[in-house]
Design a protein around this ligand. Sequence first.
Ligand code: MRU
Length: 350
Amino acid sequence: MTTRDTAVKTLRWRNGRLEMIDQRFLPAMFEYVSYESAASVAKGIHSMVVRGAPAIGCAAAYGVALEALRQRGESKETFDRALNEAFEVLAASRPTAVNLFWALKRMRAAWEKIAAQPVGEIADALLAEAHEITAEDLRINMAMGGYGAALLNDGARVLTHCNAGALATAGHGTALGVIRSAVAAGKHISVIADETRPFLQGARLTAWEMVQENIPVTLITDNMAGFMMSRGEIDAVVVGTDRVAANGDVANKIGTYMVAVLAHRHGIPFYVACPLSTIDLNIADGSAIPIEERAAEEVLGFRDYQWAAKGVKVRNPSFDVTPAELVTGLITEKGVVLHPNRENIAALFR
Ligand code: MRU
């Protein structure tokens, strides 16, 4: 299998800095923001400059590396203190996507292996590890794409929710990676993109990615999916995920559960593209997955404009949990796990 660079480079390393596309303003503006410290990367993750589980993991790894490079002239004691603080601030940036914690764990393990060496060498090794995590993510997405593409028939009309594309990863994407790979294999695939209220990842990001590559895409509001399914206009659903529990329950962008229930009602396969780094064996089932609650402003209106009544109470859970029984298959880099459960998920790690 070959991996090719995708057109969209969500994160890039330039002149000793991390640069990330500012996804808050896409597609109106395409702009990279530059980062030099762990605290600023944590802010970038929290404010959604970068989002999407695997991309958050890569950004956090670079956040640790940036801090190590910044402290390379310091004493061992100062270096260690600053690096421990970097891990803490990055871990607090967003709670749901487990890839963040997975990447931090890997960076800590890389540090611990060589903790006795001079700080300059540790910094170089941590940067190499962040590069490797990022390169690996692209390879994994290509592998998942291959397995997932085989599940889609030529001519399939595929619904997706949120953005699990190149923008949410180091490249290619997870759910959109499956679609890209199917298209690359010569299949005629069209995408139905849920707009994904309230942050509009579907309308702003998924639609943009597909339009860039001339993959046919139709945008719908989230409440239209049931209608489309009832009219036989959707053949499969493919989404990404932020954390999969040991029993196969899937946390993903708010609204995913609704789509899964509808797909089940209409006998439409519901696939979840899921790198192993997104599976959390420490969480027994979906009820224990931490769900981020975001600011009320996102629901009250968009950017500076408020359309909702002043003083109204708001809930804004950013993710929901789809029970494993509604999942037709998890598409992983090791193959497709049909009807995920505790046993077949554990087998992925043996
Ligand atoms: O709040 P976001 O935009 O970070 O949420 C992203 C999602 O829910 C994605 O579907 C998920 O992270 C998978 S990305 C490959």
